[in-house]
Design a protein around this ligand. Structure first.
Ligand SMILES: Nc1ncnc2c1ncn2[C@@H]1O[C@H](COP(=O)(O)OP(=O)(O)OP(=O)(O)O)[C@@H](O)[C@H]1O
Length: 293
């Protein structure tokens, strides 16, 4: 597989009038990666993605997709599938007719029924778009991204409005596309999905990267947390803790396994019950919450 980046963004700046929405942003997405562009509201994710997709001209900086300008639509557009937040299909067309239009719009070939089946809408193939539920419409949006199995797929909040089964189905379909070699760029506010699936994450805040790296690299920057409530008669604890008014205590540690072992051994030796014990690695949510603190 080629190691030339699929997407190269170098010192991208985007301004809306006097407002500087994206500042000197640089990143690349490698072949076969699932790259998640995450961030706080108004961080500049949509503006960045619109530029990478070729819909917006940078104020300054360079964006290359497959080594070319994404504004070169003929060369680049057929190679990328975009799932927008709303594809804007006519409510008067059926699902099958709508999926049939995607080929003409994207200049990719595929079998309409295969795609309808892939996005789980075969039981609705003859239904008018205007009569679909919110989740079914979202699956139709997904069809625009996967039609013709493009090399690069943009998924903008793909699972918003989907029930758990539909989410699993969508991610199964994404997994199959990745097995086939597709590169995926994801935006989502469901951090768990990014934590589970992203190879790398660009975490944006106010137009720049707050952090960029693998989930492990991002979460490693914050301590893991152990919380529990010791019994009132417990002897001195074996670790420094922060106590809360309700009697619970909190341990912050970069050595979770070692400190948890120490604590459990101490509790066993002193016959102390650690009520409501919880211990876990740092989550992406914590990295997010730390942005503004
Ligand atoms: N057309 C526009 N004109 C003026 N300002 C804009 C325009 N589009 C976006 N902005 C501003 O630029 C900033 C970045 O917006 P953008 O939509 O890229 O952020 P985002 O990270 O996608 O946010 P969200 O998570 O809330 O969707 C925001 O402050 C937004 O108000």
């Amino acid at each position: 597989m080629s190691t030339t980046p699929v997407i190269e963004v170098e010192r991208l700046n985007l301004k809306y009038g006097d407002f500087h929405a994206v500042r000197d942003l640089s990143f690349e997405v490698r072949p076969g990666e699932l790259y998640a562009l995450l961030g706080t509201n108004g961080a500049g994710k949509t503006s960045t993605l619109e530029t990478v997709e070729g819909h917006r001209v940078p104020t300054s900086g360079t964006v290359r997709v497959f080594g070319q300008s994404p504004r070169d639509r003929k060369a680049v557009r057929p190679r990328m599938g975009i799932m927008l937040q709303d594809s804007g299909f006519s409510p008067d067309l059926t699902v099958r007719e709508s999926v049939g239009l995607i080929g003409g719009l994207t200049r990719r070939d595929d079998d309409v029924d295969r795609v309808v089946d892939l996005v789980g809408l075969n039981h609705r193939a003859g239904t008018l778009v205007g009569q679909l539920s919110g989740g079914e419409k979202r699956r139709l949006d997904f069809a625009t991204a996967v039609y013709g199995t493009p090399e690069l797929i943009f998924l903008d909040e793909p699972t918003t409005g989907l029930d758990i089964q539909s989410r699993d189905d969508l991610w199964d379909a994404v997994d199959r596309l990745r097995e086939n070699g597709s590169t995926v760029v994801l935006t989502t506010h469901y951090l768990e999905e990014a934590q589970q699936r992203a190879d790398r994450i660009g975490l944006m805040h106010k137009g720049v990267f707050h952090r960029e790296g693998t989930v492990a690299e991002l979460t490693r920057t914050l301590p893991a947390v152990i919380t529990f409530t010791p019994s009132a008669t417990a002897p001195a604890l074996p670790l420094p803790v922060a106590a809360a008014a309700d009697g619970s205590v909190r341990v912050e540690t970069f050595h979770l396994q070692k400190d948890l072992h120490l604590l459990l051994a101490w509790a066993q030796d002193h016959a102390v019950e650690l009520r409501d014990l919880s211990a876990g690695p740092t989550r992406l949510d914590d990295v997010f919450r730390a942005i503004e603190s």
